[in-house]
Design a protein around this ligand. Structure first.
Ligand SMILES: C[S@@+](CC[C@H](N)C(=O)[O-])C[C@H]1O[C@@H](n2cnc3c(N)ncnc32)[C@H](O)[C@@H]1O
Length: 249
């Protein structure tokens, strides 16, 4: 989990006993989280390793190697809510490392379309939080155009790239609100260097009903795997669909 923040998957996720997990995060955030875990009396699971790194000062490879990560195992990376805070250089370096893993890897991350490309409504929804995070000293530093990002990912060696824009995310996970979703805004990408089994290579709409095992209309309901305080649209779905491929403890 890159830029793990207060993500709690390692402590309660359905697969926590089958996977070796790494929480990679800025040293200051990670120290704060660990202090909060101690105060809340939540033990660190045996399969979890902390890897403190500042993406702007160290490479992901350096941070993971120091944490005894095995680069020969297939690995799934989630990198949610973090990419926009980084320089492009740090983003590319991290993705290049993921793509370089010899036995294959998946990564899920989010990004946003350039503000100038947004509709006036979407622009207003962007500008307010952007100003707030900038005021707090943690500005959003990057935006990507979907085509250029795809070309970059292919250049790094990713072979399967699924990029969901606001409308697709809406129709997959919040069908009752999809009609009002703007065309441009936030995206979630799943990129893999290894092909998935044909049964899993489906469009998002099909997958959300078949792989998750719930009727399409229930997409707003909490996932059945484990209750979670704040659902990530892609998180458990991606873990579940590819469990057979990923590094296990
Ligand atoms: C908005 S939080 C997202 C946390 C979590 N992934 C989630 O989705 O709830 C952003 C995360 O990015 C991390 N982050 C931001 N800049 C970073 C950097 N330069 N190096 C490492 N982590 C960074 C922060 O420490 C924080 O954990």
């Amino acid at each position: 989990m890159l830029g793990a923040g207060l993500d709690t998957y390692a402590y309660r996720g359905a697969l926590r006993e089958q996977l070796r997990m790494f929480e990679v995060d800025h040293p200051a955030t990670q120290a704060w989280k660990r202090e909060r875990l101690t105060r809340a009396d939540i033990p660190v699971p045996p399969a979890l390793t902390f890897a403190p790194i500042d993406f702007e000062r160290q490479t992901l490879e350096q941070g993971l190697m120091a944490a005894k990560f095995d680069p020969s195992l297939q690995t799934f990376f989630t990198w949610l809510g973090c990419v926009p805070y980084l320089t492009e250089e740090a983003v590319w370096s991290t993705l290049q490392f993921v793509a370089s893993l010899s036995n294959g890897a998946h990564v899920v991350f989010d990004y946003a379309d350039p503000p100038a490309s947004l509709s006036p409504e979407a622009r207003a929804s962007h500008d307010q939080p952007a100003a707030r995070v900038a005021e707090l000293g943690e500005p959003w530093l990057n935006y990507f155009e979907a085509d250029k990002l795809r070309a970059k990912l292919l250049g790094f060696g990713f072979r399967e790239i699924e990029d969901l824009g606001p409308r697709q995310i809406g129709s997959c996970y919040f069908p009752s609100r999809a009609v009002s979703a703007p065309e441009k805004g936030g995206h979630i990408v799943h990129a893999a260097t290894i092909e998935q089994a044909p049964v899993e290579r489906r469009s998002c709409n099909l997958r959300s009903s078949r792989v998750m095992g719930r009727p399409h209309g229930e997409a707003d309901a909490p996932p059945r795997i484990q209750p979670r305080p704040r659902p990530h649209p892609f998180g458990d779905l991606a873990y579940r669909r590819s469990i057979s491929n990923f590094q296990s403890s």
